[in-house]
Design a protein around this ligand. Structure first.
Ligand code: ZN
Ligand code: ZN
Length: 349
């Protein structure tokens, strides 16, 4: 007998997540039901919990979270691609493939981009579009708890791919959270010489493991721009400077870290409505390129999947704490307080 009710972490608004019993989802004919085994905390989750989300309407409640892996529990009658028991991971977005942007290889800003959320629960209905485009089998040699990292790693591969790094380039990556670490892993493989900046000594240790050549610990009063430039030949500045934090003040700090003709990639999403100021003379006379990069594309999801499979990002880098659904709020609080990198919430064996 299939259970009728299941446990889920429900999001009501800022600072308000409750564990509730909700009805089991129906299996779509063209979709499937995933039994959720593991979910992970992500910077986006922490931001949603701490400062709200632009898509959340007051009074609305919904299942929290967006990263997750598990097994196929039930398949729709028209689904042949997956079978019951398959170990799977579902990526959190799917572009349409047909719009102006998709046809121009900019699927990350697809006008019909669908997001998939609500993974912090026992069972999850995966609709047809996501079964078709964004569900992957987790190979037997990849631990299921590492698989949810496909999602943040897909953003890291996209960012690294578009940053324009060339062999031997000096590249500063501001922020060594999950995204920053993923970017460092990619950039060092591309042949960039990485300078990693973060407040946390623990994160900087991981940055070294991921391939950073130098680390700078951010402390009060440090001249971060000078510290970065001093590591480059004659203090000329980095070829590429990447922001992977999501704070306007760090966006501003990142810009003067590059050399003349350098590239700045502002990747960390900031709070809605925030602004930065730029020295116009610096931008013009130093011939700077500033890129805003958002999200990822299906090609980079596949690349990310391959990275996880090959162990480029291992479990000890991706996961620190372990929690259950009942204490999932603590997992978010600890992530917020930078206790570790990502936290794992175990929902089923
Ligand atoms: Zn995420
Ligand atoms: Zn599209």
């Amino acid at each position: 007998m299939q259970p009728k009710m299941m446990k889920a972490a429900m999001y009501y608004g800022i600072g308000d997540i409750r564990i509730e019993e909700i009805p089991m989802p129906e299996c779509p004919d063209d979709g499937l039901i995933m039994k959720v085994h593991y979910v992970t905390t992500c910077g986006t989750d922490v931001k949603t919990y701490k400062r709200g989300h632009v898509l959340h309407k007051p009074g609305e409640k919904r299942v929290f979270g967006h990263e997750g892996a598990g097994t196929v529990y039930q398949v729709g009658k028209n689904v042949t691609k997956f079978k019951v028991g398959d170990r799977i991971v579902v990526h959190d977005s799917a572009p349409c493939g047909n719009c102006y942007w998709c046809k121009r290889d900019q699927a990350n800003v697809c006008e019909n981009l669908q997001f998939f959320g609500g993974t912090w629960t026992e069972y999850l209905a995966v609709p047809a579009l996501f079964v078709e485009k964004s569900t992957f089998i987790v190979p037997d040699d990849v631990p299921l708890e590492v698989a949810p990292a496909v999602e943040p790693m897909a953003s890291a591969t996209f960012c690294a791919d578009l940053a324009g790094v060339r062999l031997g380039d000096y590249v500063v990556v501001n922020g060594a959270g999950p995204l920053g670490l993923g970017i460092i892993a990619c950039i060092s493989r591309l042949g960039g010489r990485v300078i990693s900046c973060d407040k946390s000594a623990q994160r900087l240790e991981l940055a070294k493991k991921m391939g950073a050549e130098w680390t700078i610990q951010i402390t009060d009063g440090i001249d971060q721009v000078k510290a970065v430039r001093d590591l480059t030949p004659n203090g000329r500045g980095c070829d590429v400077a990447i922001e992977a934090v999501g704070l306007p003040e760090v966006w501003e700090l990142t810009i003067p870290m590059v050399r003349k003709g350098g590239i700045i990639v502002l990747f960390g999403g900031c709070k809605a409505g925030t602004k930065i100021s730029i020295d116009t003379a610096l931008l013009h006379y130093h011939h700077l390129t500033i890129k805003g990069i958002f999200h990822t594309t299906p090609r980079h999801v596949e690349m990310s999947y391959d990275f996880i499979r090959r162990g480029v990002l291992s479990r000890d880098v991706l996961i620190t704490g372990e929690y259950t659904l009942d204490n999932c709020v603590q997992a978010l609080e600890d992530h917020y307080n930078q206790v570790g990198i990502k936290n794992l919430i175990k929902i089923a064996e």
